[in-house]
Design a binder for this molecule. Structure first.
Ligand code: ADP
Length: 285
């Protein structure tokens, strides 16, 4: 509040001062409301798997060890799935809140795209041992970003994990491509500002266009997936919210291009790192 008063010292008059104070208060109220909504939503999301877990525990207890082995295995499998889902949700919620708390984050470091891709590959290669999935990685030489390494790895893991989760189908070899190139007038409208385009493309089922604008909202999931047989949806709806948050911290942008039946491309634009300072010169000074 004090800040806005100072900012208004040279402004026209009393009316505008009052207006700004009210404005600040309503912004604060809006933020409080968003927080409350977020907590309510997160609790609701956790409650669903918890209720299911609790229900199956009751079933097993009522069975008094008499439950037939096949049902027992089925119940335990579902319980494990629900526990994993809760774990995932909690991990992602914690990650998001840690991101938000990082107000004075470390200065971004110069990141070589080739090294970044090697790190990402180290994490995802085990998921591509299965013959039904193939990963190809291509990049132009000499690309450097100014970014937080851990956050960049997390961003691309989320995108690649989504490609696998939503693209894997029986009798289909899923192709995932990871690519990096310089932004140019031909491939990106923001090319004037320079920058690097990184993309994750899959040939999975694609996403209907009316979902695209909402994909990065927290808890937003595309619920009418035909393979969503569990009903609760296996995702958390937080993966792309994390992607957006990381990009906001880097002055980056996300564009999603998808065709139902053909696949999806998540295109990330990030600013290029300025040329490295001349170290010899530094030492002389
Ligand atoms: P989730 O934790 O549910 O995966 P995300 O925020 O990562 O949450 O994704 C939001 C929704 O976008 C998902 O529920 C999924 O339906 C859809 N989606 C994300 N990536 C893809 C993809 N590569 N192909 C098809 N659908 C996708």
């Amino acid at each position: 509040v004090r800040l806005s008063m100072r900012r208004l010292a040279g402004a026209s008059g009393r009316d505008s001062l009052v207006l700004t104070l009210l404005d600040d208060r309503s912004t604060m109220q809006a933020v409080d409301r968003m927080r409350a909504d977020f907590v309510a939503h997160a609790s609701h999301e956790l409650r669903t798997p918890l209720a299911s877990l609790s229900g199956f525990i009751d079933l097993l207890r009522e069975g008094n060890d008499q439950t037939d082995p096949a049902s027992r295995t089925l119940y335990l499998d579902i319980m494990k799935q629900q526990a994993t889902r809760m774990q995932r949700l909690i991990d992602r919620l914690l990650y998001l809140s840690r991101l938000e708390l990082k107000t004075h984050h470390r200065p971004h470091e110069r990141l070589d795209v080739e090294e970044l891709f090697a790190l990402i590959l180290g994490e995802v290669t085990p998921r591509f041992q299965d013959e039904s999935r193939q990963l190809s990685v291509t990049h132009e030489e000499g690309l450097t970003l100014l970014a937080d390494e851990d956050e960049m790895v997390q961003l691309f893991l989320n995108l690649i994990e989504n490609a696998i989760r939503y693209g894997t189908r029986p009798d289909h070899t899923l192709h995932v491509q990871l690519n990096a190139r310089r932004a140019t007038a031909d491939n990106h409208p923001a090319s004037d500002a320079g920058g690097i385009l990184l993309s994750v493309t899959d040939d999975g089922p694609g996403i209907e266009s009316h979902h695209l604008p909402r994909l990065t909202e927290r808890f937003y999931r595309v619920t009418d997936r035909p393979d969503d047989t569990a009903g609760t949806g296996q995702g958390t709806g937080l993966g792309l919210a994390i992607v957006r948050q990381i990009l906001e911290r880097h002055g980056g942008r996300l564009h999603v291009d998808s065709t139902v039946g053909h696949g999806t491309t998540f295109l990330v634009w990030l600013p290029t790192a300025p040329p490295a300072p001349d170290r010899t010169g530094d030492e002389e000074n």
